[in-house]
Design a protein around this ligand. Structure first.
Ligand code: AP5
Ligand code: ZN
Length: 216
């Protein structure tokens, strides 16, 4: 199954992707994670993406589209994929339609995680990430067993540079301006499925499963 997961910063895309990846055996492709990996490794792409990401702005389409095109052509996407955080602009959505029809891997469903802004603020400011394996925690909703230490690999937990209230404001503005039209793009195609992502994680995933099982 070819799945998109959309939603504003802190909606739970990364958290739900981990569950979907395991249950439906699809590779999890997060453009945000790909950029962060490039920044960590000091690649030319990482250098270009860094200033946009730290400001909370979208990275230009030209840098994202080629990266996604390369990734979707890899063998592990032959039986499905889960794209997290892409497309985020109409330009990206149109590029994705072209790429996926060329390689015969068209999108089956676009999950849209809906959450109130007040909830997003709490989730973003309380989020902690493992520096090493990328596991996602929250100081209240999903704390690690030992404060500041990853349960999976015992590495240090850290806060993302863009996880401040100020950057969240910028990211929300980008989302409203650039990404909401993408939701309408998939609504028109009849493949957008909204999920109430303000619920507890188990309930959010149960709702996602009912949607995905009806698409299969
Ligand atoms: P990206 O990495 O995609 O970040 P984002 O969209 O801002 O989303 P987040 O990762 O912040 O949140 P999430 O929805 O994954 O939430 P999470 O599961 O962690 O993009 C970052 C930047 O990269 C962009 O700003 C842009 O610059 C650039 N970029 C990326 N893709 C791009 C593209 N296509 N085009 C251009 N630029 C691009 O959850 C958040 C917290 O809440 C966690 O602490 C978690 O434990 C907790 N939580 C999750 N679910 C629940 C729940 N149900 N109940 C309680 N707590 C929960
Ligand atoms: Zn870890």
């Amino acid at each position: 199954m070819n799945i998109l997961i959309m939603g504003p910063a802190g909606a739970g895309k990364g958290t739900m992707s981990k569950e979907i990846k395991t249950k439906y055996s699809v590779p999890h492709i997060s453009t945000g994670d790909m950029f962060r990996e490039n920044i960590k490794n000091n690649t030319p792409l990482g250098t270009k993406a860094k200033e946009y990401m730290e400001a909370g702005k979208l990275v230009p389409d030209s840098l994202v589209n080629d990266m996604v095109e390369d990734r979707l052509q890899q063998d592990d996407c032959a039986n499905g994929y889960l794209l997290d955080g892409f497309p985020r602009s109409l330009g990206q959505a149109e590029a994705l339609t072209k790429i996926t029809s060329k390689i015969n891997r068209s999108v089956d469903v676009a999950l849209v995680l809906d959450v109130d802004i007040a909830v997003l603020e709490e989730r973003i400011t309380g989020r902690r990430i493992c520096k090493n394996c990328g596991s996602i925690y929250h100081i209240k909703n999903h704390p690690s067993k030992v404060e500041g230490v990853c349960d999976v690999c015992s590495s240090e937990l850290t806060q993302r540079k863009d996880d401040t209230l100020e950057q969240l404001q910028v990211r929300m503005n980008e989302y409203r301006k650039q990404t909401e039209p993408v939701i309408q793009y998939y609504e028109k195609q009849g493949i957008a499925k909204h999920v109430n992502a303000g619920q507890k994680p188990d309930k959010v995933f149960a709702d996602i499963q009912s949607i995905l099982d009806s698409v299969k």
